[in-house]
Design a protein around this ligand. Structure first.
Ligand SMILES: *Cc1c(COP(=O)(O)O)cnc(C)c1O
Length: 375
């Protein structure tokens, strides 16, 4: 039996192959490698997908965060509230701008920024940067209310949440990236919408912010030879935009498939030993970038799965406040207990649109076999 990977990029390419090849050949033939038509086309299409007025393509998800934070005016002396349970790229651009990440604990049930913990630091921060972790929207209605009271802007790290939806009490849905001042997405190859290299995008309804981000991503340029401010080289590649334009056409269907697979995992794994499955979301629709369970037996289960030819991963084993990179900020183990429990206990199972029911059954059988042996 062949190994089941955590994510299968070859299977994804096989589905789209000829259309992607043709789109890339067009770019190569017309040689508009920088800011070609495909970039503008993708920006329009992605803004439509997210439900925002503007989308600005960037060189990566990290560059998207860098540009959005810069455009929001974050700089030396500022603090930005960042959940400690996330990928390091959520916090890095804060430091690049001379500002300081203020690490905040996460919610026990969701792993996303905890509004109660946010409240305790809101008076000292300039921007709040919630992460829609694993494809599940953070509690943006609570977070936005706290931020608005303090006059603080909300920037969404939607790198894992293309198409995720918040559903208000009256039933209206808002997609991730359309709720805060701006949303930052990554098109890293393994994300729900993945390029063939690094790429990202910022979404916003704010025309001024969009203009500023557009200028900053391209050397602070206002005309070809006039540079209004010292900007960055953070443009989205035309070749990547061409690939993304093809894959965007199936993203909604891919996310439906991810939800079906997630529901099937939850049915099959609920109640096994001390295993916690992702909590049933109310008022939101996750796009399950990752299917993450929790158990105190995480490391042993991980070894068992790898021995059973099942790719499993850990997102993320070391919380940001305990990373050597941020040691100078002076955090210690015990400072953010919920984050630390997530880091110790979380485990990601294979989940991608091309995963078959049969493959999923093998993953489930391997997890069950572990817990049968333990009890
Ligand atoms: C992937 C990711 C990023 C960074 O995106 P890149 O495209 O890899 O630069 C930022 N935040 C989170 C939560 C991510 O998962």
């Amino acid at each position: 039996m062949s190994k089941i990977p955590l994510v299968d990029l070859k299977a994804s390419y096989q589905r789209h192959g000829p259309a992607i090849d043709a789109a890339m050949r067009d770019v190569i033939a017309n040689t508009r490698f920088i800011q070609g038509q495909e970039v503008a086309d993708l920006e329009r299409a992605f803004a439509g997908f997210t439900g925002t007025r503007f989308a600005i393509g960037t060189g990566s998800g990290t560059a998207a965060l860098h540009l959005a934070l810069a455009a929001l005016g974050v700089g030396p002396g500022d603090e930005v509230a960042v959940p400690a349970h996330t990928f390091v790229a959520t916090a890095e651009p804060v430091s690049w701008l001379g500002a300081t990440p203020r690490f905040v604990d996460v919610d026990e049930e969701t792993g996303c920024l905890d509004p109660v913990s946010l409240k305790a630091v809101i008076d000292r921060v300039r921007v709040v940067l919630p992460v829609h972790l694993y494809g599940r929207p953070a509690d943006l209605s609570a977070i936005t209310a706290i931020a608005a009271d303090a006059g603080v802007r909300v920037l969404e790290d939607a790198a894992q949440a293309h198409g995720a939806e918040l559903v208000d009490l009256d039933g209206t849905t808002t997609r991730a990236g359309a709720y805060g001042a701006a949303g930052c997405f990554s098109f890293y190859p393994g994300k729900n919408l993945g390029a063939f290299g690094d790429a990202g995008i910022v979404t916003t309804d704010d025309a001024e912010l969009a203009d500023r981000i557009r200028m900053l991503r391209d050397h602070g340029r206002t005309t070809k030879y006039e540079h209004t401010t010292v900007g960055y080289a953070h443009r989205l590649d035309t070749l990547q935009a061409a690939v993304l334009g093809v894959k965007l056409t199936t993203l909604d269907a891919d996310n439906v498939r991810r939800r079906d697979l997630a529901a099937r995992y939850t049915d099959a794994l609920w109640g096994l030993g001390d295993l916690l499955v992702p909590s049933g979301p109310s008022g939101l629709r996750s796009v399950f970038h990752l299917y993450v369970v929790r158990t105190r037996h995480r490391d042993a289960l991980l070894r068992h799965l790898h021995a059973s030819e099942v790719g499993a991963g850990v997102h993320y084993p070391i919380p940001l406040h305990l990373q050597p990179a941020f040691a100078s900020l002076g955090y210690h183990r015990g400072d953010l207990p919920v984050t630390e429990a997530w880091a110790d206990e979380c485990l990601s199972l294979p989940l991608y649109p091309e995963l078959t029911w049969q493959q999923q059954d093998r993953v489930v059988a391997a997890v069950r076999a572990y817990f049968d042996g333990v009890s």
